[in-house]
Design a protein around this ligand. Sequence first.
Ligand code: 26W
Length: 839
Amino acid sequence: MLISTTPKASSAQAKQTLATFDKELFKRSVLYNVKTLYRKTLEEASEQQIFQAVSYAIKDVIIDHWLETQKEYEKKDPKTVYYLSMEFLMGRALGNNLINLQAYGEVKKALNELGIDINMVEDQEPDAALGNGGLGRLAACFLDSLATLGYPAYGCGIRYRYGMFKQEIRDGYQVEVPDVWLADGNPFELRRPEYTKEVKFGGYVNVYIDENGRSNFVQEGYQSVQAIPYDMPIVGYGNGIVNTLRIWDAQPVECFQLDSFDKGDYQRAVEQENLAKNIVEVLYPNDNHYAGKELRLKQQYFFISASVQEAVEKYMRTHTDIRKFHEKVTFQLNDTHPTVAIAELMRILMDVHHLSWDEAWDVTTKTCAYTNHTIMAEALEKWPIELFSRLLPRIYQIVEEINRRFVARIEQKYGSNHQECQEKIRKMAIIYDGQVKMAHLAIVSGYSVNGVARLHTEILKKQELKDFYEMMPEKFNNKTNGITQRRFLLHGNPLLAEWVTEHIGSDWITDLPKINKLKIYADDEKAQQEFMNIKYRNKVRLAQYIKEHNGIDVDPRSIFDVQVKRLHEYKRQLLNILHVMYLYNELKEHPERDFYPRTFIFGAKAAAGYRNAKLTIKLINSVADVVNNDPAIGGKLKVVFIENYRVSNAEIIFAAADVSEQISTASKEASGTGNMKFMLNGALTLGTMDGANVEIVEEVGEENAFIFGLSSDEVIQYENFGGYNPMEIFNNDPDVRKVLMQLINGTFAPDDSERFRTLYNSLLNTQSTAKADTYFILKDFKAYAEAQRKVEEAYKNESGWARSAILNVACSGKFTSDRTIQQYVDEIWHLDKVILENK
Ligand code: 26W
């Protein structure tokens, strides 16, 4: 790393507290940092160097609060949550830290006085994109809320050398480019080599009987890596609390000397070195798709073993009785990815601290809790026994024993000879059919199982996890997701944030339900105009971004209809673009028709190996090429694909949206959180009754949203009967037929009319026996087009639209992650708040 120590002069700033942010001191600190880090004056420094200098100055302020918070935690010894997650999609840190330090305005002024634009500085920071999508971003919002509410928490994850790939669009196709986010160094991280841990893989387990007749299990012949933690500060909003995100880097255990090894050792040493190099190399870019890769299981055990070891060691530094571990520590498993934590905790309790099985089980089952984020069958993690036991021999023994005891419980409950019992074992066992089922392990060994929106939790209880719910109903609970208003309104949409504060005060920043005071302005003509004016200015900001990045002119007076999220068939970007094709046809056939100008904006990364998803991106870009350049439609319809959708450009996109596309096949989207970010920024939801959309509509009223399509019950009903026949729709609906034919007649692929054949087939499947249109795109098409017509009609009534938009903002209070976290605290974790006196 370029910078290993913090420059001295800025330590003068250590005296700064939140209340007494000293602008002059800050300015001097920036100048000093530029000088000592780069031997430059401000005028000579590059933009990146200025970003680094500013960030180090801010980090200095944070460090003091960080120390103080940790001191207070040591004094009070409160229970702590470890949020275990393979993904933390943090985005940029600088702006967010300034917001939460309540120093954004002052720093902006200070930089201005130095002739520096704060936006330029913020734009130099690469996103920390250590996550794919919803699950990773949720973890980031949760950390923000935990710190803001004053709860002791660690995020534990992996310091991937390459995060989520950068997406480039070349010739309309997605190209994945490595994300070298650490190239210039990360000014906010702190390396903590003193907390290094050893993590062991492979080998075999030997049993030694000690003098007390006890069996000691020892892993031998293994390979190991060192896990070195890097800490990132998580700043609470205006409360002086700074929590920690701890992400682990891997290093080879020993630097080996060539001459001191025989041939076998040499081989081993090279392997160990490679293990360390590979393990944290890259984030798997799959979202909702399990690929069963050995390296991924290594990643999981690597960061889990290190995190659990550290949690136990930290506890033992100030406590004597490991049997009470769960009174001070709780582990939240972010989906099944960290589930080996269960067996790892059992291992440490038994093999290191010599607890009996029953004692260890008692502690473990009171420590671990599991969140389910998806019902997509292809996302479920099931490891082949061969792989699992070879990589983690001791862990596998423990999982086997957990399974043996659980199967015995099933037999006891259902009577072991009974047919029903065998059926239950087949469906519920942790190890079955040569596979280790991680979700089953998590449910059986934890004290809580939660879904992420009301509908999702109900589907888990009634369908996916029915048998478990029947056996242990007390574990199941719902925690509807939320988002942080600090990043997605206060930082991302400063114009609207200021307007809200002017009208109702600033309480909403830490108490979002207060935002419902805005309701009284929904019918106020002046407020409506001000609101629409702000939306317009945000649309101008996005239009500029689009002009810069896509070279496309879009009209900020047109309806901005936005779908940004990972690309997945169940999210149905294909439905959206097919409808755009339909609109295009309508415009061409009825040029006389009154048509309100519309801009359809997409942003989405596709998993690198997901063919239909990638082809959908090409289709969107191909439609864009034709539509945007057809003089016959006079610019009334524009299509934009925003390259490299990520947290930092998301903030700009949400602020500018009129319509929020949340059109997943009902029952498939566990919650969605983008839907909440749009709502908070005053976009109207166009969506199915899926995930958290159900609760959004409940809050804002169906008359302020556009709801369409099959219900989750209907979808599940069809699925139980093997799907439906899309050919009927194809044969009877000429509009749909025309659009589908355009997929294979070269309208959008003049050079290769076969290009989109696979998409056509996925919808109709005239070829094979595979199911057709498994996501009910054609089934919902008509209802979607009808809802889109209503959008157009509604937008023509500016005052009516403004009213609905303001009501969306006003009714978004439920969807703050502060509420979600408070519910986790009250109903699962049972933590106490820590308040800093002299913040
Ligand atoms: C093993 C491969 C894999 C990778 C990621 C499987 C599953 C995942 C995640 C669970 C996918 C994900 O991000 N799920 C999303 O979680 C959000 C936060 O709860 C929800 O809002 C989304 O609806 C859900 O799709």
